[in-house]
Structure formats: C-alpha cells, structure tokens
Design a protein around this ligand. Structure first.
Ligand code: PLP
Length: 285
C-alpha cells in the first residue's frame, strides 16, 4: 500500500511528496523531529512529545508551526489514512527553504513540516524478548543533545560500530561516564535493586519514555538515583535496559561482551515494560 504522508498542510501519496533541495533541514541539518509510538491505532504520550518539540524549537529560535491540537489532528489523520495499528509517526520540522547561508533566514520564511507513519512491532518486539547486546562507544556528538535535531550521523556511526561488533546497539561514553544509548536513554539496576539513570542536562536527550518510566518506577517503590554511571558499574549491574518511544523498555543483556545477571532480560526491566505498555494502552489517543 502506498503510504499517505503530510507535507506543509497537504496529505499526499508518498511518491508525490517533495521537499526543496534548498531546505535547511537537507543542507544544514537545521531541523528538529519527534517520534510518537502508535499502539492499537492510537498515539502514545503526544503531550510529552509536543512539549519537547516546542522546547527544541525555542532553543533554536525556530518559527511557530501548527498548535498542539492541529498537530494531534495531523498525527491521528495519518494513522487513520494509513490504517496503522502499531508503529510510529515521525514528525520533522525544518527552518524552511532559503538561500544557503549559515545565518538563519528571516522569520518570514515558513518552516517545512513533514510527517509520515512507519509500521513496526512495538509490543511484540523480538529484541525486547531476547534482550539487547550493547557495546560502548565514545560519545562524539555535539554539546546540545537535549535538542532533538536531525543531526544523527554520529549515532548512526555508533550503531554501525555495534553491528560490526555483532551487537545490537551502542551506549555512548564521555569522560568515563555513560551518557545514553545511540537512540535511547540508558538505565542500570544495581545488585541491591536501585534504579540508576543519568540526570537531565544538555548531555542527554530528555526522553519522554525515560520520564514516564521513572514515574512508574517511583510509584512501585523502586529507589531511583539520577546520576551518571561508568561502563564498569554497568557491567557489574544486576540488570540494564534502555528506553525510547518505540523500543519502550528494552532489556540489555550484555555490555561489551560481558553478560549481566543471568544473561537474560531482567525482572525489573520486564515489570517496567509491562507497566509502561499498560499505561500507554490506557492513555493513548
Ligand atoms: N536519547 C536519544 C539520543 C534518542 O535519540 C532518543 C529517541 O530517539 C531517546 C533518548 C529516547 O527519547 P524518547 O523516550 O522521547 O523517545
């Protein structure tokens, strides 16, 4: 089936949709994005994703776009038109089309807004069943990782390094401390049961799933420490997992070839995954 996508106010067949070669997203990586999960044909946590989109736009002085009600409508309309049951909606907002220049164009330049759907097994994900093998890689990204920009080349390189090493993904390390995954937030569970994840700063993306999982973990009485941890501490942990919109909570079963716990997805990760999926199914819209 040909997908229907959204470009600047129009719903188009994917092979009819175009963006200018002068678009600053294409030329300068001058664009921000969001990914919302879709479960049972409904969208998960759009308020969180839309709020972060606004924060990214503000940080980059990007011109206004649709309001949240309009954005939700476009998301829902794409899900409906594509009869999507499970997967994601990707949104990208660039600063628009202008002559190539490092300086931003004037605020009269309209932004480019593109959305599309992608089918994906979210709940019944094979990786979540078996658990992910990760390797560590140096974190060579820029210093504003709290802004969700499309500058994803280094995370792609880290992911390819993981593949080349026979692993699934990479956890990034800076100054001897884990920042986050290539496209996820990183958590460990210590041998005495404390849940540890790096504190919020410009060093990491402020994951929407991270926030929800921390809230759920608090609700069930887990002790939480928001602090940085080393790869060595992670290798000694009872469990580890990563969070993102479409991987939800995915257990990590080895780090740099060292198995965690009994080498299978851990109980805390499994419980938080279940709680998060249940809550998402209840609240999706
Ligand atoms: N960290 C990075 C670098 C990411 O790219 C992502 C998601 O794409 C996340 C964390 C998780 O964010 P969220 O839970 O909002 O999907």
């Amino acid at each position: 089936m040909t997908r229907t996508v959204y470009v600047n106010g129009e719903y188009l067949a994917e092979d009819q949709a175009t963006v200018s070669i002068f678009d600053r997203g294409f030329l300068m990586g001058d664009a921000v994005y969001e990914v919302c999960a879709v479960l049972e044909g409904r969208l998960v946590d759009t308020p969180g994703h839309f709020a972060r989109l606004r924060r990214s736009m503000t940080a980059l002085s990007m011109p206004e776009t649709l309001d949240n009600d309009e954005l939700l409508h476009v998301h829902q309309e794409l899900v409906r038109r594509n009869a999507l049951r499970e997967g994601l909606v990707y949104l990208q907002l660039s600063r628009g089309v202008a002559d190539r220049d490092f300086a931003y164009p004037g605020s009269e330049t309209p932004p480019t807004l593109v959305l599309f759907t992608q089918a994906k097994a979210v709940i019944d994900s094979p990786l979540a069943h078996r658990g992910a093998h990760v390797i560590t890689q140096p974190d060579l990204r820029w210093g504003r990782r709290d802004i969700k920009t499309v500058q994803l080349l280094y995370p792609s390189m880290a992911k390819m390094a993981a593949r080349a090493a026979g692993a699934d993904d990479a956890w990034l390390v800076e100054n001897g401390l884990v920042t986050e995954g290539s496209s996820s937030n990183a958590f460990i569970v210590t041998r005495d049961g404390r849940l540890v994840t790096r504190e919020l700063s410009s060093d990491i993306l402020h994951g929407i799933t991270r926030a929800a999982v921390l809230r759920l973990a608090r609700d069930v009485g887990l002790v939480i420490e928001e602090r940085a941890f080393t790869p060595e501490e992670a290798c000694m942990a009872q469990e580890a997992f990563m969070t993102s919109a479409t991987s939800m909570v995915t257990a990590v079963v080895s780090i740099d070839g060292q198995a965690l716990g009994d080498g299978r997805p851990g109980a805390v990760a499994a419980r938080l995954r279940t709680l998060y999926i249940e809550e998402s199914l209840r609240q999706a819209e």
